[in-house]
Design a protein around this ligand. Structure first.
Ligand code: HEM
Ligand SMILES: *[C@@H]1O[C@H](CO)[C@@H](O)[C@H](O)[C@H]1NC(C)=O
Ligand SMILES: *[C@@H]1O[C@H](CO)[C@@H](O)[C@H](O)[C@H]1NC(C)=O
Length: 327
């Protein structure tokens, strides 16, 4: 073969590869022609859910996180357990704390009615997370779509892929690095804890059972600890007891999460630990002082999170019911 021909062949190959990679990626406006109202319908259901219970917005943001970190953003978190399979949603990391499923269900029901079999549950979750950030006054962003739904959901997958609230900064950085996030992006995404609530079981060790030398975590502001102890007396075994994570503005996506950390009022070890490393402590300071910077960084980190290990093209399926894989 002459060198010129070789060039032609490699050009064709490169173009073919490029086309393939474009097809296996998410696209902005994916439903513009196939289901024009898709994003509006999701937004409308998020709005309805939010007016019934503002906490639902936080639930939906966390739902997207827990979906994407376990088997990628494939709506595996929505699948119900069966007699032969314990699904992600029934892992202690998700049950009883994860919420917002009913908003996804009602959006899906409306979408199936207007464009049957077109809009994936994984995309609904991604849109709903964005709409939840917007409705809590955070910065909106454009969500590339075209995710398809997975057919596997196993509770055991949550153990290594979702961070527990007891993690320190090194453990968090490692886990997020494994999902291709920088340490700074980890700090940025943690700012999601500016909205929502926590079950007391997630931080009770910091109040009553910290370590050998101290029953209470000294890195937790003592007046705040006292207040939390009132809300959650020792020996109260109710698994349903909850407190807001950012009591000043639990339904506003602002930067007061970082202000909480600076006053030793981060609720989890995984929040307060961000002050124990000089790089992450600087980022906490910066985010607290520069809300616009954080809002922008958070929006792009959410877009990035929404691309984790997605199924596209002919892989996966479009589930008819977000709770069950198609038969
Ligand atoms: C950095 C590591 C993280 C840890 C250890 C962690 C842990 C937790 C825990 C234990 C809760 C309390 C759930 C409950 O008991 O009801 C919670 C709530 C929440 N998390 Fe995280 N999380 C982390 C990162 C993230 C990220 C990256 C996001 C989203 C981008 C997120 C969004 C939320 C939201 C919005 C809530 C409130 C949920 C509600 O009110 O229903 N978290 N998180
Ligand atoms: C994350 O960890 C898994 C399991 O150990 C490994 O297969 C994968 O390659 C890692 N990914 C990155 C980006 O480090
Ligand atoms: C126990 O916690 C205290 C207070 O937070 C801390 O100062 C101390 O270093 C910890 N001790 C051990 C053994 O981890």
């Amino acid at each position: 073969m002459r060198p010129q021909n070789l060039n032609c062949v490699s050009l064709v190959l490169i173009v073919a590869l490029l086309c393939q990679s474009v097809h296996s990626q998410l696209q902005v406006g994916f439903y513009t022609t196939s289901c024009t109202l898709a994003e509006l319908i999701v937004k409308d259901e998020v709005r309805k859910g939010f007016f019934k219970n503002p906490g639902v917005a936080a639930g939906l943001v966390r739902l997207h996180f827990h979906d994407c970190f376990v088997r990628g953003c494939d709506a595996s978190v929505l699948i119900d357990s069966t007699s032969s399979n314990k699904a992600e949603k029934d892992s202690p990391a998700n049950n009883p704390s994860l919420r917002g499923f009913e908003v996804i269900d009602s959006a899906k029901a409306r979408l199936e009615a207007v464009c049957r079999g077109v809009v994936s549950c994984a995309d609904i979750v991604a849109f709903a997370a964005r709409d939840s950030i917007e409705i809590t006054k955070g910065l909106g962003y454009i969500v590339p779509a075209g995710r398809r739904d997975g057919r596997i959901s196993q509770a055991s997958d949550t153990f290594t892929n979702l961070p527990p609230p007891s993690f320190n900064v090194d453990q968090l950085s490692k886990l997020f690095a494994n999902k291709s996030f920088t340490q700074e992006e980890m700090v940025t995404l943690s700012g999601a804890h500016t909205i929502g609530r926590s079950h007391c079981t997630a931080f009770s060790n910091r109040l009553y059972n910290f370590n050998r030398t101290s029953r209470q975590d000294q890195s937790l502001d003592p007046p705040y600890a006292a207040q939390l102890k009132q809300q959650y007396p020792q020996g109260n075994t109710s698994p349903n007891l909850v407190v807001p994570m950012n009591p000043a503005s639990p339904a506003v996506t602002d930067t007061s999460y970082y202000a909480d950390i600076l006053t030793n009022r981060g609720l989890f070890t995984s929040d307060q630990t961000l002050l124990t490393n000089s790089a992450t402590a600087n980022q906490v300071n910066q985010n607290a002082k520069m809300p616009f910077l954080w809002r922008t960084k958070f929006a792009s980190a959410m877009v990035k999170m929404g691309k984790l290990e997605v199924l596209t093209g002919n892989t996966g399926e479009i589930r008819a019911n977000c709770r069950v894989i198609n038969s």
